[in-house]
Design a protein. Structure first.
Length: 172
């Protein structure tokens, strides 16, 4: 029976992670499409160039959301490594997302506003699957169990020490 409970607990954690990833990703999607459509309609930028710029803005937005909301409990050591990996995997996602838009726009000449938004959305969807896997596997890694246990013990000891000091003061 403990195996089933462990599986349930693991699925619950995964569910929470997916919901948080989706919340940040959804907000990032709004940023991405908002910037993209503003650039398309307010500037003379070509479709894919506007999309690449919008994707870059949403990458910055998403990093902040993932680091401080979705994966705030993950290992924080090696921040430079984390940012470099995040940027590398985000760039792969950028190529996936905008590659689909590029093929639709320049390969098939599907470049009306509606068509561009549809193919950008499809590209974002495929890139999101890749990003979810890569971010959780390589970028925002889980804290190793030994380290997590050591941090928990340190917290408990400090709380006990504070409690003992407070109890000694109140007894006086």
């Amino acid at each position: 029976m403990t195996g089933i409970n462990a599986l349930r607990a693991q699925l619950a954690l995964m569910y929470r992670e997916i919901v948080k990833f989706g919340a940040v990703g959804g907000a990032g999607l709004l940023v991405n499409f908002g910037v993209y459509n503003l650039l398309r309609h307010l500037t003379g930028l070509q479709t894919v160039r506007a999309s690449v710029l919008a994707t870059l803005v949403s990458i910055v937005f998403n990093y902040v959301g993932f680091r401080y909301f979705t994966y705030r409990d993950r290992d924080r050591e090696g921040r430079a490594r984390e940012m470099a990996l995040f940027l590398a995997f985000s760039c792969v996602g950028l190529v996936i997302e905008n590659g689909i838009l590029y093929v639709a726009t320049y390969g098939f000449h599907w470049d009306s506003t509606l068509q561009s938004n549809i193919f950008k959305f499809l590209g974002v969807g495929l890139a999101t699957l890749f990003r979810f896997w890569s971010y959780r596997t390589w970028v925002f890694r889980a804290v190793p169990a030994k380290k997590a246990m050591a941090e928990t013990v340190e917290e408990a000891e400090s709380l006990l020490a504070e409690g003992t000091e407070g109890g000694a003061r109140s007894a006086r």
